[in-house]
Design a protein around this ligand. Structure first.
Ligand code: FEO
Length: 398
């Protein structure tokens, strides 16, 4: 995409990755992504804020040429992950006078990941400023969104926060600015769920920290720019809050129909009782959708048959994923069926041990479910309902 001017002397010079469908060989990107890089031209100095994934380096280089950048003084590196830093070595080659401005931790990562030599760096500390003449940049350390070295750069005069991954969204679009609403919110929530959710506590502190700044424009390094930063900040505040919703997420897998029969019955029970349900038939599900569902749900019930003396590998994967994403889930349970033996309750409990959730008594069936088993499912559904009602009284559920 061609260069776009945001304010006088401030340009978007990044790249749109329309076709990318997977990040980290793990995270689905149904809507592609962008690597937003920004050029700040001051009266005395010129700075580039973050670069692009190395697969898109030619686009960044062309953009810089198109706006006549013949000399670059600084490359600000907010985050060492290669989708933003990967083109720094090439830019240093083309603009050998440039220095990489970043924090000490990020410098160490960049030296290790990209083999950038020590003498190329200027190291800043939290809240340091850098003058470009008529423009001033301020560096705010926001560690653990989502790496330990992450920071954001604030352009004081026009109150623009270059937030890198923070408040980003994997959304390839020709619109520079956010069109607030369903699609963008979904992409931003997906991004939060997959990348940021494990760092909820750090994010809370960092939102407080940036709130002191006064932000007119939020310019992340993925997805569109926000002219109304409150839109995305308020969405984050809801996602990181301790409040959960009257919802049960049910990641499940069934081989011969027994687990599916239980899940189908269980879903109907919950719906009749007024509890929202989000089932995920794991072999057919997008794990990003599952991650999004985990953001606010009060309860997670994993359902699996026994296979190879343990839980089905799809259920193991979903449990592992839920565990590392650390959602604010309050209750968990397990539903399952087996033929002749094996252990999956202990296995899944162990896999979910990061979740600070209460385990509700699982329902495990030998063979195809019968009347007693449906009663056990009714007992579990009632227990979930009562637990949710208890939380509604405490106003931590909605
Ligand atoms: Fe967009 Fe953590 O990189």
């Amino acid at each position: 995409m061609a260069v776009k001017e945001i304010k006088s002397g401030i340009y978007w010079v990044g790249a749109i990755d329309w076709d990318r469908r997977l990040f980290d060989e793990l995270i689905p990107l149904p809507d592609g992504t962008s690597y937003n890089s920004y050029l700040i031209k001051g009266t005395q100095k010129t700075a580039l804020i973050d670069t692009v994934d190395s697969t898109k380096k030619e686009e960044l280089i062309k953009n810089l040429k198109d706006i006549g950048v013949t000399k670059l003084d600084y490359i600000i590196s907010n985050h060492a992950e290669q989708d933003h830093s990967g083109t720094i070595p090439k830019i240093l080659e083309l603009y050998p006078e440039a220095k990489v401005v970043t924090n000490g931790k990020c410098k160490d990562f960049l030296k290790e990941l990209l083999l950038i030599p020590e003498d190329k760096f200027i190291v800043v500390i939290d809240r340091d400023t850098l003058s470009l003449g008529d423009k001033t940049l301020k560096f705010i350390f926001t560690s653990w969104v989502h790496w330990p070295e992450t920071m954001v750069t604030y352009y004081l005069e026009d109150k623009i926060l270059f937030s890198c991954d923070f408040f980003g969204s994997h959304l390839a679009t020709s619109s520079l600015y956010a069109k607030e609403g369903g699609k963008l919110l979904e992409s931003a929530k997906r991004y939060y769920a997959e990348i940021m959710m494990p760092f909820r506590t750090a994010i809370r502190k960092n939102i407080e920290k940036i709130s002191e700044l006064g932000i007119d424009i939020m310019a992340p390094s993925h997805g569109p720019i926000y002219k109304n930063p409150d839109f995305i900040i308020n969405a984050y505040k809801e996602w990181i809050s301790d409040e959960v919703k009257n919802e049960v997420v049910i990641p499940y897998v069934s081989m011969h129909g027994s687990t599916e029969k239980m899940i189908s019955y269980f879903i109907d029970l919950l719906i009749k009782k007024g509890v929202a349900v989000k089932p995920f038939n794991l072999p057919k599900s997008d794990i990003g959708e599952l991650a999004m569902a985990l953001v606010n749900a009060a309860t997670v019930v994993i359902a699996t048959p026994m296979v190879l003396a343990g839980a089905h590998p799809q259920a193991v994967y979903a449990s592992y994923l839920a565990n590392v994403l650390r959602p604010k889930t309050k209750f968990i349970s397990i539903i399952g069926s087996y033929g002749w033996g094996g252990k999956f309750i202990e296995q899944l409990k162990e896999l979910l041990n990061n979740l600070k959730a209460e385990l509700l008594e699982p329902v495990v069936v030998k063979g195809y479910p019968e009347e007693e088993d449906f009663k056990a499912l009714e007992r579990l559904a009632n227990e979930i309902l009562n637990k949710h009602k208890g939380m509604m009284k405490k106003k931590v559920i909605k």
